[in-house]
Design a binder for this molecule. Structure first.
Ligand code: MEZ
Length: 546
């Protein structure tokens, strides 16, 4: 490395992290974050990574995770350090590559879960595939998804002795969506679930643990062993599969529109990371850009009642693709169907997975009392929380629940759990009336043992434990913008559809950018289910030119 002060950038959870290093006699003598917007719990991880760099000649082999639960921050700061080192060495960094006009068989726009499923499947059919991602990192909202993948009649359920049926899954999804769902999309989604689970397993995914989410009649949410978060695991599997299928992924390359040839779509207009334009011609384009949950202007245009709510979405979820799709003749549906997730942690707005309730937790209000069937659908539970004092509630669980779900360790590392060795002490710490919380917990334990929730009708199968194992835990939660259920109108083959029902030639879409599957309320676990099932379908059909 050359002596001097050098800078590099990386993408953390909160956006770009700018790092400056000082190099003297080939040693990093100082490393600082000059600008960053990571959350307060991630600062420890960020500082730990920077501290490890000082005194070193290079950084490539440093352990990744500063603090478990701040992986995106750690990755972002390490990328920034590596870039600064590359600059110090006089090397050109990969992201600086400037692309010019080119062609391939299939262009995929968006490198989240849906985009990479589509890309891997299309490449496996022998097609050349380029994935364009406007963010500096891949993954989109999939990086944050925790719960799992819903599917019925799967090999995993069979091994675990879980009795389920595609028809029951279809009924749950339609009922959960208040029958606004497109029944053809729901039927295809349900029918293609089991083979998609097997496909992911064959790619190396661990889906061996099956939990339950609100609105589901049985356990059908597939996730890694011990209940760790699905999203980061899925992205790792898909990244490796993309590499082995020779899919080219260009991060920091933003699509600005579609190319049309009079018959249909024949490519995309792109901006290099420095803003210079180029074009890629292709026989098919798959839009997998995700939803618009980070575009607060757009969210409140369709749902003014959500003004003031936080969002759980990554900052790139802005709905850019709708404009290009409409220009190409495609139509949009259900844009006013936006889901708020009931349990976003009140201060840092961390998604507290529904699986915590699925594995047994209850919700209480400021009076220390339950007020809803915690396993009802998200619209019902979120609405009930918003009607409580300060629009918030306390998620309460015990050591047995904590042990049953690895995601809870992440929340512990993030410092958002309050705990005590008795219910009364927990109430004191949280600011609830001890006698009231104790009476709620005692009553719940009795009803759990009897297998009947006399107060709110929670199903026995989702009352996993009596919540009597010390220590006890609490997290303050409030609803936040989670998923945009409307979007591009597609048919079951993931063709983009005009308002007259015909397909736009050469144009496909998959994942949260599409609308119709979830109707008026998406069931937990159907979001990741959608991206894997329909991402794969889009990739296969685009590859076949069907
Ligand atoms: O599908 C989801 O959005 C989901 C399961 C989220 C979660 O609570 O983990």
């Amino acid at each position: 490395m050359r002596d001097g002060i050098w800078e590099g950038t990386g993408e953390g959870r909160g956006g770009t992290i700018l790092v400056r290093i000082t190099v003297e006699s080939n040693i990093i003598t100082d490393a600082k974050a000059m600008s960053q917007s990571e959350s307060s719990f991630a600062q420890e991880s960020l500082n730990a990574v920077l501290a490890k760099a000082i005194g070193r000649k290079d950084y490539m082999s440093v352990e990744l995770d500063g603090v478990s639960g701040a992986t995106l921050t750690s990755t972002g700061v390490i990328d920034a350090l590596n870039m600064a080192i590359a600059v110090a060495k006089g090397e050109k960094k990969a992201e600086e590559k400037i692309y010019s006009d080119g062609k391939c068989d299939i262009v995929v726009v968006g490198a989240g879960g849906a985009g990479l499923c589509a890309a891997v499947e299309a490449a496996a059919q022998g097609r050349t595939v380029i994935v364009l991602e406007k963010q500096g990192i891949i993954g989109g909202n999939t990086n944050y998804s925790t719960g799992g993948i819903n599917a019925a009649e799967t090999s995993v359920q069979q091994e675990l002795g879980i009795i389920d049926s595609k028809d029951l899954f279809y009924d749950d999804t339609m009922k959960g969506g208040h029958y606004l769902n497109d029944p053809v999309l729901v039927r295809s989604f349900v029918d293609n679930g089991p083979q998609t689970i097997d496909w992911l397993k064959a790619l190396g995914a661990d889906l061996s643990d099956v939990g339950i989410m609100g609105g589901s009649s049985v356990r059908r949410t597939h996730r890694p062993n011990g209940g760790t978060a699905i999203g980061p695991h899925l992205m790792k599997v898909l990244k490796e599969a993309s590499a082995s299928e020779k899919v080219e992924i260009r991060t920091g390359n933003k699509v600005s529109g579609l190319l049309m040839d009079g018959v249909g779509v024949c490519g995309v207009k792109v901006e290099n990371h420095n803003g210079s334009p180029y074009q890629i011609s292709a026989s098919a384009v798959i839009i997998a850009t995700g939803g618009f949950g980070a575009n607060i202007g757009m969210v409140t245009k369709y749902c003014p009642e959500f003004e003031g709510l936080a969002t759980l979405n990554h900052k790139g979820a802005t709905g850019d693709a709708f404009k290009w799709v409409e220009e190409a003749g495609g139509s949009l549906i259900h844009l006013d169907q936006i889901q708020i997730h009931p349990t976003s942690e009140c201060v840092n707005h961390i998604l507290i997975t529904e699986a915590v309730r699925g594995n047994g937790a209850i919700l209480v209000n400021a009076q220390g009392q339950r007020f809803v069937n915690e396993m009802d659908t998200r619209d019902v539970v979120a609405g009930a929380i918003l009607r409580q004092k300060d629009g918030m509630a306390y998620l309460i669980f015990d050591e047995q629940v904590r042990k049953s779900l690895a995601s809870i360790e992440t929340y512990a590392n993030q410092g958002v759990l309050k705990s005590a060795d008795s219910v009364e002490k927990l109430a004191g710490i949280v600011g609830l009336d001890p006698a009231s919380l104790k009476s709620t917990m005692d009553r719940y334990a009795r009803m759990q043992r009897q297998g009947k929730d006399e107060d709110f009708g929670r199903s026995a199968s989702s009352m996993a434990v009596p919540l009597t194992s010390s220590p006890y835990y609490s997290v303050g939660v409030t609803p936040a913008i989670h998923h945009t259920m409307g979007g591009i109108k597609v048919d079951k083959d993931m063709h983009v559809i005009r308002s007259d029902g015909s397909a736009v030639k050469g144009l496909y879409a998959a994942g949260e950018v599409t609308g119709g599957l979830h109707g008026a309320n998406r069931l937990g676990g159907n979001g990741v289910g959608d991206i894997v099932v329909n991402g794969k379908i889009a990739g296969r059909n685009a590859a076949a030119g069907k």
